[in-house]
Design a protein around this ligand. Structure first.
Ligand SMILES: Cc1ncc(COP(=O)(O)O)c(C=O)c1O
Length: 324
């Protein structure tokens, strides 16, 4: 256990980033490669989106687009909203978070706790709670646009905002590179699930500029492997926050060396193992990332490192069947 704590910060935004990483040597025992898991769940808002939210707000302020009194309006599956809610709480902005009713209830509750106004959009006909599809997202998008117009809101628009990828290129990627090099063998691959693609694209850019031979693989739901060019057979998966069955605007195919398709069952089983054997409580997307990383760790030489991301905390899924 470290005996020296970091110095006191001026506010919680200063605590975003610089997240720890651990080797999953219990889950990976008997496998030649080592999986390195970066715990984005350790951010103040519990997810990979804190970095993005803080950077979007700071960049918009610097450009003069966001100023005191202008509300922030955003479409969110929860994690971006929580990151924005933290930044808006510290900086004094009103936040209107628009999300699908298909997302877990903890996400809404947490947003409201930070003082955000949550607008819930009912799922498309036949939608299943806990499974947010592209059709659901289209409805949330339409409502978000209306609210931006009505309120003259500023929209971070995480799918189109370059601050999303640049946050990861400037921070997550270099941190991961340094962590892999200090503690482990050669970093052979990085695997990450894709929602907006910000994490994958930003980290892949940062890694490949340092070592072009690092393989970067995108994780996708089995029934919605659009990046692999496969037909969509089941867009209604459980990997909340990712796998929307469309190619996101930030996507850069040249950075992607391949894809790994993971089903709900494998993601769930891996998240459970991660909690029980490594003591790390992640969500479905974290389970998918670790499952994909373990597959790759079977194919590499002894000691080679496969890095991936714990996208958010499993506490956000207690109302689902993940741990129930
Ligand atoms: C739980 C979870 N996993 C994965 C992702 C995907 O991250 P990205 O949008 O950077 O592709 C998100 C994004 O919101 C998320 O909330």
């Amino acid at each position: 256990m470290p005996t020296v704590a970091p110095p006191a910060a001026a506010n919680v935004l200063e605590l975003i980033g610089g997240t720890p990483a651990i080797f999953l040597d219990r889950l990976g025992s008997g496998v030649p490669g080592r999986v390195l898991l970066k715990l984005e769940s350790a951010n103040p808002g519990g997810s990979v989106k804190d970095r993005v939210a803080a950077r979007c707000i700071a960049d918009a302020e610097a450009r003069g687009e966001l100023r005191p009194g202008r509300p922030v309006v955003e479409l969110t599956s929860g994690n971006m909203g929580i990151g924005l809610a933290i930044a808006c709480a510290v900086k004094g902005y009103r936040l209107v978070a628009v999300m699908s009713s298909g997302n877990s209830s903890e996400r809404r509750q947490q947003l409201a706790a930070y003082g955000a106004e949550v607008v819930l959009v009912p799922q498309a006909a036949g939608g299943v709670p806990g499974k947010v599809t592209g059709a659901d997202l289209a409805l949330v998008e339409a409502r978000t646009r209306e609210l931006v117009r009505e309120l003259d809101g500023w929209r971070p628009d995480q799918f189109a905002n370059p601050s999303n990828t640049s946050a990861h290129e400037a921070t997550t990627g270099p941190e991961l590179w340094a962590q892999a090099r200090t503690e482990g063998g050669p970093l052979r691959a990085f695997v990450a699930i894709v929602g907006t693609g910000g994490t994958f694209v930003g980290v892949a850019r940062a890694l490949k500029v340092r070592e072009p031979t690092i393989r970067c693989l995108a994780v996708e739901p089995v029934g919605a492997s659009v990046l692999a060019g496969r037909p969509i057979t089941n867009p209604g998966h459980k990997l909340q926050g990712a796998g929307y069955a469309f190619v996101p605007p930030a996507w850069q195919p040249s950075l992607c060396d391949g894809t790994v398709a993971i089903g709900d069952e494998e993601a769930t089983a891996t998240a459970r193992e991660l909690a029980r054997r490594e003591g790390v409580l992640g969500g479905f997307s974290t389970g998918a990332n670790v499952a994909a990383a373990l597959r790759l760790a079977r194919e590499v030489e002894a000691g080679a490192v496969i890095a991936t991301i714990a996208c958010d905390t499993g506490l956000r899924y207690l109302s689902t069947d993940l741990y129930g």
